[in-house]
Structure formats: structure tokens, C-alpha cells
Design a protein around this ligand. Structure first.
Ligand code: SF4
Length: 213
């Protein structure tokens, strides 16, 4: 049985899928405690369900077939692999948002991974499992840096250079309460950095504290 926080339909607010209607399955529990975490409520389990019952629940959102599994950190629950199989067998397009600290080897190729690299501002700058770079696809996966300040920006820039990530699809996302988006945009253009800046669209639509949207 999987431990869950919430399941809902919304507009995807991040990644290259931003703007599309998307079903969110938020699993409960996380192995980190980032300083800027905006889903602290997901640390506790709200309910439990078998994968088959999760499938039944999301089928109410037909014909939407885009689903994101997020958290918390979804990969700390081994039962997630059954859920991935069931969703794939039922022709869902699956996005997986993960914090980069858990081995990605077992995640099937049909899943699009959006993998965080935690910057110093999170409080967990050494948490990224560098072996995971072997399992991140150049074609379909995305690597995300959440930027709190100039120190994070420079750290992310150096990380990209050090690990030769220029060919990957890289997302830079400002922590809205800490860093003005204009500043981040200016730094990126000054440096001509080949990254995609993103704002959390769902927060712009519904406000920063609204849950389940
Ligand atoms: S990894 Fe994500 S869910 Fe976990 S503490 Fe950090 S921001 Fe919150």
C-alpha cells in the first residue's frame, strides 16, 4: 500500500509540461527537509491506497492522461514501482518529480524524470547522488535547480560546468519569496546560460499557499 498526501487534477506548473492539465499523485514522506519546502504537509500520511485503487481514482479525470507522481520524495516507497507499471499499462504519460538523492536505476525508461539538484539554499547541497546522472536521459528527462539567491545561482552554474550538463534540459526556478524573478532572468541572460527559467505557474494562478490545485 502506498502512503499518500493528496490526489488532484490541476494545471502543470513546472517543467516543459507547464500549462497542461495534469493529474497529481502526491506521495507522503520525504528524506529531506529543505528550508524553502512548500509541501511540508506531505511529510505526514493523509491516507493509504493500493495502486489499483489509485488508478480507479484518477480515471475520474478522463480523458486527461498526463500524470505526475510527486511528494515529498516518491522514491522512498518501494511500492511506487507497481504504480508506475499500472499507470503505464493503462496508457498514462508519467512524470516523476524526485529530489535527486535516491537511486534512479530502477525507474523505467517510459517515465519522464524531473530530477532536482539541491543547491546550498536548500540546506542539502551535498545530497545529489552523482551516479544518478547515468540514469537521466538527454532526450526526455529534466534537471531542476531551485535558486534562492546569487550563491545558489553560481553554485548551479558551476555544477553544470563541472558535470558537463550543458546538453541536458536544465530548469532554473527561483524561490519566489526569496529571489525576484527579474534578477534571475538578468543573471541568466548576462551569462548566456543555456537553461530554461521557469516560474511556478500554479502559484501565479492560485496563490502560493493554496493546496490541491
Ligand atoms: S525534497 Fe521536496 S518535499 Fe522534500 S523537503 Fe525538499 S522541497 Fe520539500
Amino acid at each position: 500500500m502506498l502512503k499518500l498526501s493528496e490526489i488532484f487534477l490541476s494545471i502543470q506548473g513546472e517543467s516543459t509540461y507547464a500549462g497542461l492539465p495534469c493529474i497529481f499523485i502526491r506521495l507522503a514522506g520525504c528524506n529531506l527537509r529543505c528550508k524553502y519546502c512548500d509541501t511540508t504537509y506531505s511529510y505526514e500520511t493523509k491516507f493509504e491506497k493500493y495502486s489499483e485503487d489509485i488508478l480507479k481514482e484518477i480515471q475520474q479525470y478522463k480523458p486527461i492522461k498526463l500524470v505526475e507522481i510527486t511528494g515529498g520524495e516518491p522514491l522512498i516507497q518501494s511500492e511506487i514501482y507497481d504504480l508506475l507499471t499500472i499507470l503505464y499499462d493503462n496508457e498514462y504519460e508519467i512524470l516523476l518529480e524526485t529530489n535527486g538523492t535516491i537511486d534512479l536505476e530502477k525507474v523505467p525508461d517510459y517515465v519522464t524524470k524531473i530530477v532536482d539538484v539541491k543547491c546550498p539554499g536548500s540546506g542539502f547541497e551535498d545530497s545529489f547522488l552523482t551516479e544518478n546522472l547515468k540514469h537521466i536521459s538527454l532526450q526526455k528527462d529534466e534537471i531542476k535547480f531551485v535558486i534562492s539567491d546569487r550563491q545558489d545561482y553560481d553554485w548551479a552554474k558551476n555544477f553544470i560546468k563541472k558535470h558537463d550538463l550543458q546538453k541536458y534540459l536544465i530548469l532554473f526556478s527561483p524561490v519566489l519569496e526569496k529571489l525576484e524573478s527579474q534578477k534571475l532572468a538578468k543573471w541568466i541572460t548576462e551569462d548566456k546560460l543555456p537553461v530554461r527559467m521557469q516560474l511556478q505557474l500554479h502559484k501565479l494562478i492560485w496563490g502560493k499557499d493554496k493546496r490541491g490545485v
